[in-house]
Design a protein around this ligand. Sequence first.
Ligand code: CMC
Length: 438
Amino acid sequence: MTSSAANTAPQKKAILHYNGKVIDLPILQGSCGPEVLDIRNLYNETGLFTFDPGFTATASCESKITFIDGEEGVLLYRGYHIQELAEHSNFMEVAYLLLYGDLPTEAQRGDFIRNVTTHTMVHEQITSFFRGFRRDAHPMAIMVGVVGALSAFYHDSLDINDPVQREIASYRLVAKIPTLAAMAYKYSLGQPFIFPLNKLSYAENFLHMMFAVPCEEYHVNPILSRAIDRIFILHADHEQNASTSTVRLAGSSGANPFACIASGIAALWGPAHGGANEAVLNMLAEIEYPGNIQKFIAKAKDKNDPFRLMGFGHRVYKNYDPRATIMRETCYDVLKELNIKDNPLFDLAMELEHIAMNDEYFIERKLYPNVDFYSGIIFKALGIPVSMFTVLFAIARTVGWVAQWKEMIADPTQKIGRPRQLYTGIESRKYKPVSERK
Ligand code: CMC
């Protein structure tokens, strides 16, 4: 950890008494958030490891990108509140902000958009790679494969020690991920791949590649593209979550950026993380109508039942997820703008939220709706197929993963991530030839 932002306050330390020794543990202070106990010398001085499965009390790195105050329900990208960015900014500006630390000037924004749009096409050979998948493959399975495979196509941006190559890889990833996502969808339909159209915005271009067909003109509905752009902003980064930590861990070994982002996509796919948006829709379909809600709430509370209310709860937020609030408003706006008067799914979700928020089990555990609770309903209203929900999350989060990966690689104190363990297996035993084994 560098000492630029996290200053060691010499007057503040924790003292550990262990085995007759007194050990000082410095307290580090970030610019916001809880103080952090610096245990880097703990093992050398005491021979002790710390035990923290799930990293519930561990800061794995120093970062200047995103801050969450889980108690207050606050999310900041580089110091800007998510609400302000969602209302006034757009995804390309936010991407620049996350990657470079400040909102761009007009000239910087123009250059950035030009750089992204000149990397939107993929190597033609990648189309053959797609054809190796079954038509019914889940698009996230395809994304894990093809994004990792980019490292087999772009050899000139694999050297992580060269800042220029890192920059090119960053542009390639941010630019090509919507193209690959739309190709995964087109492949599942058996429709021809649609080339990117660089006069369109990032969100418009994605919708164009998803929904255009070569035989007809396609006009992007501005309501849809604005909603997608906003959803991309909300999903762009979220500090050291499971997929971002996976990207950092993979990257810490010196793996190339395309392989690292593929590992992030794999981690995101799980239903406890980004896969929750798809799981919410499946859950609402299963609940079917308001009369069934209590039955599912009872299942979620039953410790002998693995069922959980999808789209509820968060490791960090113990308050309303601010992204969920914006998502619910966006959902409402989209349904209104699309003139969808009766949306039983939205009504069912509202009712479920209301019942859960008034239930002692959820109140006691501070389980609030998270970002994934409403996103699926908007995606569905926008005509995005359910299997693509988590893919849209991955498109948006790519910029966060890349920003976090770049920050890590540029940190001179960066080391390979290598946790230890509490071993509880057999101590030591002698090898027996097969004839002596019982
Ligand atoms: N439904 C029912 N009970 C729950 C839920 C839920 N969705 N979430 C947590 N709990 C209970 C849990 O059983 C535990 O109860 P107890 O203290 O009696 O054992 C308590 O609340 C604390 O839960 P935890 O599992 O220790 O919390 P965690 O921080 O390890 O897990 C979580 C966080 C998001 C994985 C979990 O809340 C969950 O599985 N939620 C449903 C999946 C979901 O919506 N995921 C999206 C997260 S936000 C977007 C993203 O990260 O990609």
